[in-house]
Design a protein around this ligand. Structure first.
Ligand SMILES: [Fe+2]
Ligand SMILES: [Fe+2]
Length: 398
């Protein structure tokens, strides 16, 4: 058996072992030792072994591996966004373990409940999709694949969550947490952090794309300001759920292009409190998400809504989500205004720092976006995702 085939067999065995046994279990360690040894054998032969998983076929360097025709794992890896996999000679056993965990997390995506530690990015391993949306050139230029997620699955799950909530009144929590974990994986898939932001294609997808984007931005900013993994994920859940109360706002108000009447405005302004109620009724432990839902339209100067009876500072998570919320709302075409260019939004956020936005959060956010602008990946969804939009919500005027 060639070293490449031996490695892939070891790789598949290790994936199974890691899925079955907890950290520290002897069987897991043995499987890891075995696959790492096979990887070292392979690296002794070739400094940068590269595999492509093309459905039925596995290609090693430039040669199809005949022994692995119709190898089931080729299809499964391709399906979770790993069509191309390359190892650098520097790869460590720990990195390989992290990568295998990440693969398992993606494979198990649907079944992940309140996810534990976020998969990180192993530096000696590159992987991603091949030839999607103009990425081919980049792949050819450097043998480094760039991860490309469509976030299709996450978007569909969020849409389903909103439907479920509208119809049954129940909030499917495990699914929401799985979405956040999936978003986190998408953000960390490649060597450096990317901000996978969805671009709205149809107005009625707004709540789905907006919830996902605010979740991604909230996690990115939380990570940027140095919060730990657990808090980052909690902020991601809060970002995802911040507008849940909109399921109680009629679509014609959410979609209205003209100025809202006083009554409509009142209905709209109830969405923070409604959202907080929904969250608390489902899971009292989600107090952070409930607080954020309640406070995300309150300005630092006390303006916005709902009005607080007694002036007090909002939770840091609410102040953080508020900035992310406005940024995403403004970068999106709405029935009542066109999308703003990023520069204009950042200038607006800076100008309103200390008035509408928490000054520190606002500046951290604009610095982060400016630094990461090249890593902001605007994802076009291949299929429109029906779902209900917003009106005067996060717009500065509203
Ligand atoms: Fe909102
Ligand atoms: Fe929002």
């Amino acid at each position: 058996m060639s070293a490449s085939v031996a490695f892939l067999h070891g790789f598949a065995q290790a994936l199974s072992a890691l899925a079955l046994y907890p950290e520290g279990h002897a069987a897991r360690e043995r499987a890891l030792d075995a696959v790492y040894e096979k990887l070292r054998d392979l690296l002794a032969e070739a400094p940068r072994p590269t595999f492509s998983f093309l459905g039925d076929e596995v290609v090693y360097q430039d040669r199809p591996l005949r022994d692995l025709r119709a190898w089931d794992w080729s299809r499964r890896l391709a399906e979770i966004g790993i069509q191309r996999l390359r190892f650098d000679s520097s790869v460590s056993r720990d990195e390989l373990e992290e990568f295998l965990d990440l693969v398992n997390a993606r494979l198990a995506f649907k079944d992940v409940d309140s996810a534990e530690a976020r998969p990180t990015r192993p530096s000696g391993i590159r992987y991603g999709l091949i030839g999607i949306e103009g990425q081919q050139e980049r792949l050819d230029a450097a043998p480094t694949a760039t991860i490309r997620f469509t976030l299709q699955e996450e978007a569909e799950t969020v849409r389903w969550i909103h439907e479920e909530l509208t119809q049954s009144g129940g909030l499917p929590l495990a699914e929401a947490e799985a979405v956040v974990r999936g978003l986190s994986v998408a953000m960390h898939g490649d060597q450096q952090l990317v901000l996978p932001l969805l671009r709205l294609r149809e107005f009625d997808e707004y709540t789905t794309t907006h919830s996902i984007n605010v979740s991604v931005l909230a996690m990115a900013l939380a990570e940027w300001v140095g919060l730990g993994a657990r808090d980052v994920r909690a902020f991601g859940v809060a970002g995802l759920m911040h507008d849940l109360g909109k399921v109680r706002v009629p679509a014609d108000i959410l979609n209205k292009a003209e100025k809202l009447t006083a009554e409509e405005r009142e209905v709209m302004a109830a969405h923070p409190a409604e959202g907080a109620k929904i969250i608390i009724a489902t899971e009292p432990d989600l107090d952070l998400a409930a607080v954020v839902a309640y406070e995300h339209h309150i300005m630092i100067n006390g303006g916005g809504y709902p009005r607080l009876t007694y002036a007090r500072e909002c939770h840091a998570a609410s102040r953080l989500v508020h900035v992310c919320d406005v940024y995403d709302a403004l970068r999106t075409d709405r029935p009542y205004r066109d999308a703003w260019p990023s520069d204009k939004i950042l200038a607006y956020i800076e100008e309103r720092a200390g008035v509408e936005f928490d000054g520190e959060m606002a500046h951290a956010f604009t610095r982060m976006i400016r630094e990461w602008e090249p890593a902001v990946t605007a994802l076009e969804e291949s299929d429109p995702l029906p779902e209900e939009p917003v009106s005067a919500d996060s717009a500065p005027a509203g």
